[in-house]
Ligand binder design. Structure first.
Ligand code: MGD
Ligand code: F3S
Length: 836
């Protein structure tokens, strides 16, 4: 590590600095922060009356003082057109993080665009149109008119299938209830676009269909449950790196016994001990290491399975728990479906759903079978079942909180595997009660509010595959970068480049043409197989390099934005700075596009169709919020009410407003009624069936190395802000590939060498990082890097509902270069810690 910020002093936050509530938008946990701003020509003083902390800063502060901030939490930004100091620091009063930051959240400030300090100069500032062989800045009116005119030529009332849309479904940086409503109203109400996909997957679908079909919404607990649980059951997640403060502020205290007094007070009729943890992951992660340090190795059970065998493991645990009679029969009788099969297996349901007995029969798997498939000892499977379900001394039921994320969501046989995890929680009555819950850990803040998407159908269309096969004429992209994050990415990029270049060439050939002539030229190229691409984003992305129109959006902090976290905690992030140039909130961009379409269609004499695009006269994002969230959720929540709830917000669903406070819901299903027509939860009868996605078994047989893949602590998503952040690029100039030293020797590799990873699908490159804790033959590559798209080697195979299977990928590896100069300063020391 060479990076130093070279800052030896920072301004003191004055007592009268403006204070804004901020929810960190870098992950699902949604830690509370405060943003402080004040005029550039002033600062506070050491006297308690002169600084925001109200303390004597001339005195040495204690080690854990909150009266402090780091250089990464500081910047100078524009607010109402003027330069102001900005500090964004963790909020000790927020129940989510209790004042903790993360290596991402503690850098929100330095990742703001600043013309003074020069940060994030990559942000888009003006709309741009492809003209004269490059992108030219232009007005919103001009850009939206071109988008509307070309779009209007390929859509018609009740026939919008030639318009393809890729749109975020999340809260946070590019989403929030405001923006999902804006885009949703445009594409699902004014139009009925069915060829659409979500930002991180090639179809418009749920990532967790089965749990929803079973009646168990995927975010059903509260973070406090980690402090009340006897056992934490974590499947396919690396929470220290990916849900950092959920891990540090909730899981670790539970494991360290720091919540024992709370357990005793809230659940006095049963014995309590510090929580133990069972982790299912083919890789030894830093989370496993941290749990051993927090709980003691004897309280951590890492089931290091063979990649993609979770379903076999979970079905074996389920079978063993049932065979031992450790189930919650009263709960099964009153809260679950009892009569055989409720939903047969069909193309929209990759497994039958029904009673406990039906699932038990279908999922039955002996310890010997399970151990052989998963590659873990039988004794460890038994131990896991005991930790999860064996009643406590005195007979009280064990409280187990189950959490999972991409290891199974983007893993083998998504539908059945998630169903199998929920089966165990249902069988043991661990849903809707303190210390229980079966929840996805999540990725980013959530903020979904859209009209019905029923017209999209199930299975939804495989959009990236259709684009490869020449379908689609106009492509609207909202905060997606398929080039870095799709599967079968080499082929996708090859075809997308070709098709969009056809339109670029047609536009170049008509430089100087009138609008009508230009639209004709574009449509001509489209009819010949080309694709017109519109990119709405905050930066000029990789796929954006192929766009014909680029529209600049603002992000969190530059607009008011509401979202909820992984325990459904809804907050308002208050706008604390201006967006760059003329960038706008996505909801207002969607509104502008709707209005442009209305005008163009009216001009075309298609008045009936034009009328569908009315109803977007929003002046601010708050108008979009009121039109969407407020109007569709009982008209209780307003910006003012949310603002008053501060960084602790309110847990959804919001049920009322009493004594000046919004009233929320701590846990779902606490009354034993589930989200099905009859209120009864279903079990999932999904048997193990090997590697399910087409092509995976063959790839495994043909290539030597598992290319496991996922996130890393320091990187955020597809590195879209990291790219312009010295701190990140100094640490990792290239995407890393964790690989066992013996494999490196065999491949003739030194630390920091660049390698090519190649298979039947494509190739990509990464930097070799010796990792003694990796299993020989099993590597791990970081996801989403700009200079090493890991999706290049992921084959096109998905599950029946078009859920991508990124994690199960095999390839060969060869050296392509000695360490480039930019990596020579790097350390390759182990990331494991010993707290002593
Ligand atoms: P991943 O690294 O994708 O992260 O959060 P996680 O799901 O926790 O995958 C988790 C683990 O799955 C990895 O350790 C991997 O070894 C394991 N795995 C691989 N194959 C298998 C398998 O067959 N079975 C099992 N059981 N496990 C397997 C993702 C989450 O992170 C998401 S979705 C988003 S959008 C956020 N992104 C993000 C980020 O970009 N950076 C950081 N630092 N944090 C993030 N938080 C969120
Ligand atoms: Fe941000 Fe907290 Fe996640 S600081 S990145 S929300 S753990």
């Amino acid at each position: 590590m060479a990076y130093k910020r070279h800052i030896d002093r920072l301004p003191i936050i004055p007592a009268d600095a403006k204070e804004h509530n901020v929810t960190c938008h870098y992950c699902i946990v949604g830690c509370g922060y405060k943003a402080y701003t004040w005029p550039i020509n002033r600062q506070g003083g050491t006297d308690p009356s002169q600084n925001k902390f109200g303390v004597d800063l001339a005195q040495q502060q204690e080690t854990q003082t909150p009266n402090w901030y780091a250089p990464s939490m500081y910047n100078i930004v524009k607010q109402d057109g003027r330069d102001v100091h900005l500090v964004i620091k963790p909020d000790p009063e927020c129940s989510v993080n209790g004042g903790l930051g993360s290596v991402r959240g503690a850098r929100i400030a330095e990742n703001r665009r600043s013309d003074i300090t020069g940060t994030q100069q990559q942000r888009l500032t003006e709309p741009m149109v492809w003209r004269y062989g490059t992108w030219q800045p232009t007005s919103w009116e001009d850009a939206l008119d071109l988008v509307a005119r070309v779009t209007a030529r390929v859509i018609d009332k009740d026939n919008e299938d030639d318009l393809f849309v890729s749109m975020f479904d999340h809260g946070g940086s590019a989403g929030g209830y405001e923006n999902t409503w804006g885009t949703g109203k445009l594409y699902f109400q004014s139009m009925k676009v069915k060829h659409c996909r979500i930002h991180n997957r090639p179809a418009y679908n749920s990532e967790v269909h089965s749990t929803r079909d079973m009646g168990v919404g995927e975010l059903n607990y509260c973070y406090e449950d980690y402090g009340l649980a006897d056992t934490i059951f974590m499947i396919g997640a690396n929470s220290l790196e990916t849900q950092t403060n959920l891990f540090l502020n909730h899981m670790v205290p539970g494991m360290r016994g720091e919540t024992l007094a709370k357990k005793q007070a809230e659940l006095p009729d049963e014995p309590h001990a510090p929580a133990r943890i069972v982790i299912v992951d083919p890789r030894r992660t830093v989370t496993v290491n941290a749990c051993e340090e927090a709980a003691g190795a004897e309280n951590v059970l890492h089931l290091q399975i063979q990649s993609g065998t979770d379903l076999a493991l979970l079905n074996t645990i389920f079978t063993h728990i049932a065979d031992q009679g450790w189930v919650d029969q009263a709960f099964i009788d009153t809260s679950t479906f009892r009569e055989g099969v409720a939903q047969p297996e069909d193309p929209a349901h990759p497994a039958a759903l029904g009673s406990f007995e039906a699932a038990r029969e279908a999922c039955r798997m002996s310890l010997a079978q399970g151990a052989a498939i998963c590659g873990v000892p039988e004794a460890d499977i038994v131990k896991a079942a005991e930790w999860i379900a064996r009643p406590k001394e005195g007979g009280a039921r064990r409280r187990t909180v189950t959490c999972y994320e991409k290891g199974i969501i983007w893993g083998n046989d998504n539908y059945r595997t998630i169903g199998a995890a929920v089966n165990i929680a249902l069988a043991t009555g661990n849903v809707g009660r303190p210390g229980g819950g079966v929840a996805r850990l999540g990725g980013h803040q959530e903020g979904y509010m859209r009209p019905s998407d029923a017209h999209v159908g199930r299975p939804a269309a495989y959009i990236d595959d259709l684009l490869i096969r020449g379908r689609g004429k106009v492509h609207h992209i909202w905060a997606n970068d398929h080039y870095k994050t799709t599967l079968n990415a080499v082929e996708f990029k090859r075809v997308y480049n070709r098709r969009t270049n056809m339109v670029k060439e047609a536009m170049d050939a008509r430089a100087g043409a009138t609008r009508e002539e230009m639209v004709d030229a574009i449509v001509g190229a489209i009819e010949a197989g080309g694709l017109f691409s519109v990119n709405v984003d905050i930066i000029h992305t990789q796929i954006g390099q192929q766009a014909h129109v680029i529209l600049p959006a603002v992000e969190s902090g530059e607009m008011n934005l509401t979202s909820m976290n992984g325990e459904r905690r809804m907050r308002l992030v208050e706008k604390y700075m201006d967006g760059p140039g003329s960038a706008k909130p996505d909801c207002l961009i969607a509104a502008g596009l709707a209005q442009a379409l209305e005008k163009v269609l009216t001009d075309d004499g298609r008045a009936d169709y034009a009328a569908q695009f009315k109803g977007y006269d929003w002046a601010t994002e708050e108008d979009a919020f009121m039109d969407g969230y407020h109007a569709n959720t009982g008209q209780i929540v307003t910006y003012d009410r949310l603002r008053a709830m501060g960084n602790n917000g309110v847990q959804e669903p919001v049920t009322g407003y009493e004594d000046g406070k919004l009233v929320g819901t701590k846990r779902l299903y606490s009354d034993g009624t589930f989200g099905t027509d009859d209120g009864k939860a279903r079990f999932c009868a999904g048997a193990w069936r090997g590697l399910q996605a087409p092509g995976k078994e063959q790839q495994k047989a043909a290539y030597r190395y598992l290319i496991n893949n996922g996130r890393s602590n320091i990187h955020w998503q597809n590195w879209f802000l990291d790219k312009e952040n010295d701190f990140v690029f100094d640490r990792f100039p290239f995407p890393f590939l964790e690989i066992h030293p013996d494999d490196m020797t065999e491949l003739g590799l030194k630390p920091g060498d660049l390698v090519e990873i190649w298979n039947d699908v494509g190739a990509t490159q990464a930097m070799a990082c010796p990792t003694p804790t990796a299993r020989p033959g099993e590597t791990f590559m970081v996801f989403g890097a700009p200079s090493g798209t890991q999706g290049n080697v992921i084959n096109a195979g998905t599950n029946e509902l078009v859920l991508p299977n990124y994690k199960q990928t095999w390839a060969n590896i060869r050296k392509i270069s000695d360490p480039p100069a930019s990596v020579r300063h790097l350390t390759f020391k182990s990331q494991e810690v010993e707290l002593g």
